[in-house]
Structure formats: structure tokens, C-alpha cells
Design a protein around this ligand. Structure first.
Ligand SMILES: [Fe+2]
Length: 450
């Protein structure tokens, strides 16, 4: 097939275009100095359609791009497909209520990658996790010794206090949502059906020291769209938006629901308890997919404060600069955070990548200040992953890792920035071939999985 640039869907143009080769590169040029304390892998997942085409940015095949750091060196760069059934059979239907949506191994495994309990897990939200080895080879899907029977979210939360991985799954038929708790040693120890208003898309959730907070929001499964083979989720004006607070070891009967204004949140930044309140910082969209599956208004940072004594939620916009892919230091997940990092979104979208002045935003939630790394024309970062410095004391003593695409050369780098200073010049850049835009990643220290 030949196609002019304008016939290619926008998500597959420019650095959205998939790469075709799986590479292993060991002689990597580095500018600057990689901190020698960093021993592990920076791994990032994204959708890279094996056929070269996908109907929607969320439907491509999972490809992991990873850089192994040790002793101040970048030992390798690898990119590997997660070997799902779609790689062996690229004609396999993605959205098919009778097959791919029900077969829990039929994952695209394209959304996130985390390390937990000695394993590296490639995640997508409709199916089982896929286990990878340290060289990014696929071991296979896991159902936690048969205990996992439905989908597993792409956004579990690993508690820094207990080592547990708190998660959930959502599905298009009942039970619409299931809460999942994985112990620090990797056993699925709790699975609870949670009653929500219908088949809502729940991309992420929140944890605090004692609770989890579910988001039951008005983006709902639409069977007619699924039967047509289209992205089967749409905005639903009639569906109430709610937050549900449940003790971590609780059951459906313990969930307390709080009404909020209609909106959509793919990604919270973090949440924590403060007396009788629960504070959530989130990247909030006014709506999504109301006018079609590419309807994404600009998201901005908001704060929700759930008052458990009055049963109300105070909702407040924090900033008006668009940003998404929010992250905090892993050490403060579920605890009070001071700092949060977002990938800036351009105010207006352009087809010319040189128009994009990429930036990473840093919010100080104590002073209210926003600072940023402004990367300049044609320089586009991804989600910034915070990695603590070995001798760090302050919450922001550490590094931000991300792939940066340079539109002027059409090449990428793995950049390590100083998270405290937020200078535009990276501490180190590992020079790479083009790494397409992707979704989420993690720093997986060798001590967690190797
Ligand atoms: Fe996500």
C-alpha cells in the first residue's frame, strides 16, 4: 500500500511512525556523564503496530525500548516487541467481543512496564500482564498461578511502604470492575468485585496509606462501536462521575462513593491522606471521546480533596498549562508528595514537528511554583520518570529519565536530567536511533529485577 502523508493517521506520522527492526546496540555514544550509581534498566512501552498500521493510537503492538545502565555506562539499547498472539498472527482482530476481548492472553501489552517481585511486567488494561526477562525477551502471560481470571490494569500502584502492588481490572461485561492486591512477594492475595455504574473505562487509580480510590467516570463501553470494529469507548452524558474510597483490604460493601463534576482522568499524579481528607492531584480532561475517538481536549493539573466527614469533594484547577503523563517519585506513591512532573502538551497542535517546543513541567505543591525544562523547537520528550539519587535527602534529589526525539535529525536520545535543578541540558544523553513516541515507562533497578 502506498499512502500520501495526509492519508496516514496523525498518530502514525512523524515520530509516531512505527520502527520495523528490533535492535541490540552496545557501542553507544554518550554526551555528559551517566551517574555511576545507576544500576538498572530504563524501560518504556508504546504502541508500534507490527503491520505498520493501527486504527487508533491505543491499538498498536507493544514494543519495549530499554537502556541498561551500570557503572556509569550505557551497556545496551534494545527494542523488542512483546510477543503477544498479535505478533505471530498480525491479522488477528483487535476489537472482537467474541474473541480478543474475552481471551485474557490476547493483549497488545503496549501501555506500561513495571518491575515487581523480581519480575518485569508489560501491561495493557484489558488482559493479563506479560512477563519479560532482563534482555526484554517475552517469557509469556501470567495469571498469578491461576488466581487472576480477568483483566489487569496498566497502572498498578506499588506501595513504597509495604511493597504490595495494588491494582484492579475492568471489563465490558459484569463484573465491570475487580480490585486486585498482589503481595510484595508476587502472590495475588485478594480479588474483589467492585460495583460501578456500568461498563466504564477505568485507566488508572489511586492509593493512599490505608485506602484505594477508584475513578468511575463517564467514558463507557459501547457495544455497537465494538461490533463495528471501532474503538469501543465513548463519552456518556448520562453517566455520573464518582470517586470510590475503599480500605486497602476492604470489600465492595466498604466502598464510599463521592460525586464529582463530569470529566475524564487517565492519570492521577498521586494521592494521600490528610486528616479526614484525601488529596488527589490529577491530569484532568474536561471530557474525552465525545466527538469521536480522537477527541482529546487539553488536559491540565487539578486537585481534588475528598472530605470524608462531609461527603463532598472540593475540585480546583491548579494550572492552565496543558500537561499529561504525571509522575511522582516512586518513594512517595500514596504518601504526601511535594513534587510532581508532567510532560507538557503544546497549546495548539501542529503537523510540523519543528513547531513543537517540548517541555517537562515540575510542580512544587508546597510553594505552588511551576518550573520547567524547556527543550526547544522540535525537541519532544516523553513521560519523565523520576529516579532517586543514591545519597539523596530531599524528595527531588535525583534524575528525570525520558526519550527525547529531535525532529531536526529524526534521531532520539535517552536523556537524564537533574530533577532538582531542571536545567535544559541533560546530565547525560545516550544517543540512539529514532525511538517512536510511546506511553509509560519505569526505572527498574537491578535490585528489583535483573
Ligand atoms: Fe496510561
Amino acid at each position: 500500500m502506498t499512502a500520501t502523508e495526509s492519508e496516514i493517521p496523525s498518530h502514525l506520522r512523524g515520530n509516531g511512525a512505527p520502527v520495523t527492526e528490533e535492535l541490540t546496540l552496545t557501542e553507544l555514544d554518550v554526551t555528559g556523564a551517566i551517574p555511576p550509581e545507576l544500576d538498572g534498566r530504563y524501560l518504556r512501552n508504546g504502541a508500534n503496530p507490527v503491520t505498520g498500521f493501527s486504527d487508533h493510537p491505543f491499538l498498536g503492538d507493544g514494543m519495549i525500548h530499554g537502556v541498561r545502565l551500570r557503572d556509569g555506562k550505557a551497556e545496551w539499547y534494545r527494542n523488542r516487541y512483546v510477543q503477544t498472539p498479535f505478533i505471530a498472527d498480525p491479522e488477528r482482530q483487535v476489537i472482537n467481543p467474541d474473541a480478543s476481548l474475552r481471551d485474557m492472553t490476547s493483549s497488545k501489552a503496549n501501555t506500561h512496564i513495571v518491575g515487581h517481585a523480581g519480575k518485569i511486567l508489560a501491561l495493557e488494561e484489558g488482559h493479563f500482564p506479560y512477563v519479560l526477562d532482563g534482555d526484554l525477551n517475552t517469557v509469556g502471560p501470567t495469571d498469578y498461578d491461576g488466581k487472576l481470571t480477568g483483566p489487569f490494569t496498566a497502572h498498578p500502584k506499588i506501595c513504597p511502604m509495604t511493597g504490595e502492588m495494588l491494582a484492579f481490572g475492568y471489563y465490558f461485561v459484569e463484573p465491570y470492575m475487580t480490585y486486585l492486591r498482589v503481595s510484595a512477594d508476587g502472590q495475588l492475595v485478594q480479588s474483589e468485585e467492585i460495583t460501578v455504574g456500568g461498563p466504564t473505562m477505568v485507566h488508572d487509580f489511586n492509593i493512599t496509606e490505608n485506602n484505594v480510590v477508584f475513578m468511575d467516570l463517564p467514558a463507557c463501553f459501547d457495544l455497537e462501536l465494538a461490533i463495528k470494529g471501532e474503538m469501543p469507548i465513548a463519552w456518556n452524558e448520562d453517566y455520573p462521575a464518582r470517586l470510590g474510597v475503599m480500605p486497602r483490604t476492604g470489600t465492595d460493601a466498604d466502598v464510599v462513593w463521592y460525586d464529582i463534576d463530569p470529566c475524564y482522568v487517565f492519570h492521577p499524579l498521586n494521592s494521600y491522606e490528610d486528616g479526614d481528607t484525601i488529596v488527589l492531584d490529577v491530569a484532568r480532561f474536561d471530557h474525552i471521546w465525545r466527538d469521536g475517538p480522537m477527541d482529546f481536549p487539553n488536559p491540565v493539573l487539578w486537585r481534588w480533596v475528598i472530605d470524608q466527614s462531609t461527603g463532598t469533594v472540593h475540585e480546583e484547577q491548579v494550572d492552565d498549562r496543558p500537561g499529561e503523563f504525571p509522575r511522582v517519585a516512586d518513594a512517595v506513591i500514596g504518601q504526601q508528595h511535594r513534587y510532581g512532573y508532567l510532560m507538557a502538551f503544546p497549546e495548539t497542535r501542529s503537523d510540523d514537528p519543528m513547531d513543537n517546543n517540548g517541555a517537562i513541567l515540575k510542580y512544587d505543591r508546597q510553594t505552588g511554583e511551576r518550573t520547567s525544562i524547556e527543550l526547544g523547537a522540535g525537541q519532544t520528550p516523553g513521560e519523565a520518570v523520576f529516579v532517586p539519587a543514591a545519597d539523596g535527602e530531599a524528595e527531588d534529589d535525583g534524575y528525570l529519565m525520558t526519550y527525547v526525539h529531535d525532529a531536526s535529525t529524526n534521531l532520539s536520545s535517552m536523556a537524564i536530567f537533574d530533577a532538582k535543578e531542571m536545567g535544559a541540558e541533560p546530565i547525560a544523553s545516550v544517543h540512539l536511533p529514532r525511538v517512536p513516541f510511546g506511553f509509560h515507562g519505569s526505572w527498574v533497578p537491578s535490585s528489583v529485577a535483573d
